[in-house]
Design a protein around this ligand. Structure first.
Ligand SMILES: Nc1ncnc2c1ncn2[C@@H]1O[C@H](COP(=O)(O)OP(=O)(O)OP(=O)(O)O)[C@@H](O)[C@H]1O
Length: 315
């Protein structure tokens, strides 16, 4: 039985400008013990999908189950299996850290949870903050407490929605070490959404990519990476590119990036540039990464092309 099963999930918002289809028949399963990445550009529908999974919003159509429990009709059982780390900092200012975690355990009917609470506190770098009042904690420390709260009932499925957005490097490392440990040691299933594609590449064994509410890729991370051209040629220039080169390029300001299978492809591009009188600077060849695949599949790099350069390039 899958840990999480999304079955033809659609969500339509009625807006003043008509219906907005935030999710269109999204279907995929996450198997127990997987470290799964859900990626997509802004507005793709990731948060909507996770809100429905967590019981915070209702699907217009379709259903989601967690270890076989429907998140709508069997909410309590589904919720018991889920640990959802929210994006926003919401906390109760009246308690200290340990109290907050004990109260959260109580919500799930768990008593005598201090051994696990101690493990969470030390694993998340909060051991010396156990008696600190929530009000006194810095933003980064509050975020750690939120993560601990989400895990206090030892959920079998951990859901992390942009957990490292605006978070310092130290917390990112602590969080990944701890969550990877739970994934390996306890076999916890992890569903992660992130904008940091290098994190997804390093952590996730399988990835779904959403674009405008639809699944555009669902593959192992290694299969996704294999889709990319082996290498990327990167250089800077102020000169307009010939149209055939511009058509394949990802252009951000002065920086041009082009897929290049091998050394011959690199030579071909450089000779085309020479013929066209383009002077490339700071030339480098790097291995393609998940970001290249992501931009190819979601097309979210197109807006980065300055109008003037794109216009010149098409002449
Ligand atoms: N309550 C709402 N009412 C109307 N439209 C909404 C509502 N919530 C989300 N949307 C729209 O649904 C679409 C999907 O939004 P969602 O927040 O799920 O995307 P996302 O992939 O999480 O984006 P981001 O990476 O920016 O968080 C967007 O077009 C968004 O504007």
């Amino acid at each position: 039985m899958p840990a999480v099963s999304f079955q033809n999930v659609s969500k339509t918002y009625a807006t003043s400008r008509g219906d907005l289809h935030a999710l269109r028949s999204v279907s995929f399963d996450i198997e127990p013990g997987e470290f799964f990445g859900l990626l997509g550009p802004n507005g793709a529908g990731k948060t909507t999908l996770i809100s429905i999974l967590a019981g915070l919003a209702r699907a217009t159509e379709g259903r989601i189950t967690v270890h076989g429990h429907d998140v709508q009709t069997d909410y309590q059982a589904a919720r018991r299996q889920l640990g959802v780390v929210p994006q926003e900092l919401v906390f109760d200012p009246f308690f200290n850290v340990r109290e907050a975690l004990r109260i959260q355990s109580g919500y799930f009917g768990i008593r005598h949870n201090d051994d696990w609470i101690d493990e969470l506190l030390s694993g998340l770098g909060l051991a010396d903050k156990a008696t600190a009042n929530m009000r006194q904690l810095s933003g980064g420390m509050k975020r750690r407490v939120l993560i601990a709260q989400a895990l206090v009932h030892k959920p079998s499925v951990i859901v992390l929605d942009e957990p490292t957005a605006g978070v310092d490097v130290e917390l990112r490392q602590t969080l990944w070490q701890f969550v990877s440990g739970l994934n390996k040691r306890l076999g916890s299933t992890v569903l992660l959404t992130t904008h940091y594609l290098e994190e997804a590449e390093a952590l996730c064994s399988r990835i779904a990519m959403l674009k405008l509410g639809q699944v555009v890729a669902l593959e192992s991370t290694s299969a996704l990476l294999a889709r990319a051209a082996a290498n990327v040629l990167r250089f800077k220039t102020d000169t307009a590119l010939p149209a055939d080169i511009a058509a394949q390029a990802r252009i951000t300001g002065r920086v041009v990036q082009l897929p290049a299978l091998d050394a011959r492809a690199v030579e071909h591009v450089l000779s085309r540039l020479r013929e066209a009188g383009v002077m490339p600077e700071d030339i480098e060849v790097r291995k393609a990464d998940l970001e290249d695949v992501f931009l190819d599949l979601t097309g979210s790099g197109a807006s980065a092309i300055p109008a003037q350069q794109a216009l010149k390039a098409s002449v």
